[in-house]
Design a protein around this ligand. Structure first.
Ligand code: SF4
Length: 330
């Protein structure tokens, strides 16, 4: 009992001292900390900005700070480096990768392009900078449908790397899309039967489903046939989930994405209840970043993510096209 109590107080002491050290180092280096929605709560609480991957890159570019500590996964920090080549972009753990981004590399994409030479390549932002540099357009889960709709109708599209998002976009747009069979191991495990179970338990909830989820095409089929209630089932990006939860009159939400997302949803809406569709939707890459690693990142200015200028310039083209289309939509 004594040692347990001692252990708890020691952890609390360490955590508190780590937090104050991080704050001190952040001031000393005049750094900006940005954190993805899937990061652990302690990291989200220390961040100047919490959001999705492109939101974080945009905030990093808009900031006047020269040192950015990017608490997310590697491809996201690379995107920030493309946006802000003059800044020092740090990631606290270089091993923080992404199974979805790793599902296609540039040699695989080049082979695919050879096979379909007239096709237009649309790549989800969860890709490496080299893959982006070989793409025609980038997209996010929020704007993927708009991007595909903006491409001339007669063009065939290669959609990489997320097959569930690709299937979702193909269904909505009715376009001829060749979909790369990549997936995120966290979202892919979601089954329609998970939805059915939660609907039975929480019949008055709204269901917020990320389009990377393995159940998304099934959900769309059931929405179209009326088996799923279109007034309580929403396929949304993480940013869309935050907006929906804020404006909805519902008090209860079942959330189908990485469980870290529950923290910003609960923080923004303390009077509402958020339930994970599956409590094992945990991205181990996102959870690699913790307080000691964030402290070390600021203390030793490690690990800097650099992108070669030539590749960055090429990779910025599909990103810029995505923004141009998104602006037109606004
Ligand atoms: S949740 Fe999936 S897509 Fe997101 S960083 Fe983790 S592995 Fe990549």
């Amino acid at each position: 009992m004594t040692s347990q109590t001692h252990g708890i107080s020691k952890t609390k002491y360490d955590k508190a001292s780590l937090i104050s050290e991080i704050k001190r180092l952040k001031r000393q280096h005049d750094a900006l900390i940005v954190a993805h929605n899937y990061q652990i709560p302690e990291i989200q609480d220390l961040a100047d900005y919490v959001g999705d991957s492109l939101g974080l890159s945009r905030q990093s570019a808009l900031s006047d700070k020269k040192i950015i500590v990017f608490c997310g996964v590697h491809f996201m920090a690379e995107t920030a480096a493309i946006f802000s080549p003059e800044k020092m972009i740090l990631i606290p753990d270089l091993q923080a990768g992404c199974s979805l981004a790793a599902s296609i590399d540039v040699s695989e994409l080049k082979k695919w392009k050879k096979k379909y030479p007239d096709a237009v390549v649309v790549s989800y932002v969860n890709t490496s900078v080299e893959v982006k540099a070989e793409s025609d357009y980038c997209c996010t889960s929020t704007n993927a449908v708009d991007i595909v709709n903006a491409i001339p109708k007669e063009k065939r599209i290669l959609f990489i790397p997320d097959m569930f998002l690709g299937q979702y976009v193909a269904k909505i747009t009715g376009r001829d899309i060749i979909i790369y069979p990549g997936e995120c191991h966290v979202h892919a495990r979601v089954r329609f039967s998970d939805m059915q179970k939660k609907i039975q338990h929480y019949p008055n909830s709204d269901f917020l489903i990320h389009p990377e989820c393995g159940c998304v095409t099934n959900c769309m089929h059931h929405l179209a046939s009326g088996d799923l209630d279109a007034n309580s089932t929403y396929i949304l990006s993480t940013g869309g989930m935050v907006k929906h939860a804020k404006k909805s009159n519902k008090k209860q939400f079942v959330v189908a994405t990485e469980v870290g997302m529950l923290y910003p949803l609960r923080k923004e809406n303390p009077e509402k209840e958020f339930i994970p569709l599956r409590s094992d939707m945990i991205c181990e890459y996102m959870k690699m970043i913790n307080l000691p690693k964030l402290r070390d990142s600021l203390k030793y200015l490690q690990y800097q993510v650099k992108v070669e200028k030539k590749v960055a310039t090429k990779a910025y083209v599909p990103i810029r096209r995505m923004y141009e289309i998104s602006k037109i939509k606004k």
